[in-house]
Design a protein around this ligand. Structure first.
Ligand code: DGT
Length: 262
């Protein structure tokens, strides 16, 4: 009985997901994904945007407190994994990618909210980054830079492929929005926002990430391992434009995304 009622819930979830289009917003560090995501979430009641869980990576202690034994001394307290990864990438990049990918997996597995399903026409669920950029942008880049070794990279790819295949349609996307700007522009925006953990990031790192995005989403030269991802529609938007305070530009972007969804 327990088994069949669970099956029913799963079918309901899949049915709900079939009525929702799922997109991810991809792009370099500080290109403006969060600003763009906010713009989309205000665009209509049938759009739902899930932000990237950066704060969880900055406070692993709090993010995991519900599901583990409490630390018995302050020395055992879990730390700021984002900071640890930037300070000692060789030691912490693999750990970071396991945690970032798990948090992205959780996000993508959340069923669409009821509000979205009642909204009529096309309901759209938008994620900031995805389990796919976790692998084909960041983990791959860390491997190419030598911050993840060959063994770690093999283990990462093994569990990543296994989970994506096991979850199937529940973690698939129907399209990707690539917010694209030069690494220099991203560098300026990153310096402007002054996030503590990012102080040591060099332009070369942003250039490497830019290349990874272009290879995956424009040149299509990155080898992807999932059929649904091979021919996925990609909308490239000019992220160098300052759209935050330009309502005309915002309207233009929303129209582009709406047309992309048709
Ligand atoms: P935005 O809205 O485009 O300005 O971007 P943010 O700040 O909302 O998000 P983003 O992309 O800059 O990511 C936050 C920080 O986390 C940034 O320092 C890059 C880093 N990060 C994000 N995902 C990954 C990942 O999968 N691996 C590694 N190593 N770093 C990541």
């Amino acid at each position: 009985l327990q088994h069949s009622s669970q099956g029913h819930a799963n079918n309901q979830t899949l049915d709900a997901m079939a009525r929702v289009k799922r997109l991810s917003i991809e792009g370099n560090i500080a290109v403006g994904k969060s600003t763009f995501a906010r713009l989309l979430s205000n665009a209509g009641r049938n759009w739902e945007v899930t932000p990237e869980p950066v704060s969880k990576w900055q406070n692993v202690e709090e993010a995991t407190s519900q599901i583990r034994q409490p630390a018995s001394s302050p020395q055992q307290t879990a730390g700021n994994l984002l900071q640890m990864m930037y300070q000692d990438p060789k030691r912490w990049s693999y750990t970071f990618q396991t945690f970032s990918c798990m948090s992205r997996m959780r996000t993508q597995l959340q069923p669409p909210p009821a509000r979205l399903l009642q909204a009529g026409d096309v309901a759209v669920q938008v994620y900031e980054r995805s389990i796919y950029s976790d692998r084909y942008i960041f983990a791959q880049n860390m491997f190419e830079l030598g911050s993840i070794n060959s063994t770690e990279w093999a283990v990462y790819q093994d569990w990543h492929s296994f989970l994506v295949e096991q979850f199937g349609p529940k973690v698939q996307l129907e399209g990707i929005i690539y917010l694209r700007a030069s690494p220099q522009t991203c560098m300026e925006r990153m310096s402007g926002r002054g996030r503590e953990e990012e102080q040591g990031i060099q332009l070369e790192y942003l250039e490497a990430l830019h290349k990874q995005h272009d290879n995956w989403l424009i040149n299509k030269s990155t080898k992807v391992h999932f059929d649904h991802l091979k021919n996925i529609p990609v909308l490239v938007l000019d992220g160098s434009l300052e759209f935050e305070s330009d309502s005309e530009m915002q309207a233009k972007f929303i129209t582009e995304v709406t047309n992309f969804l048709k």
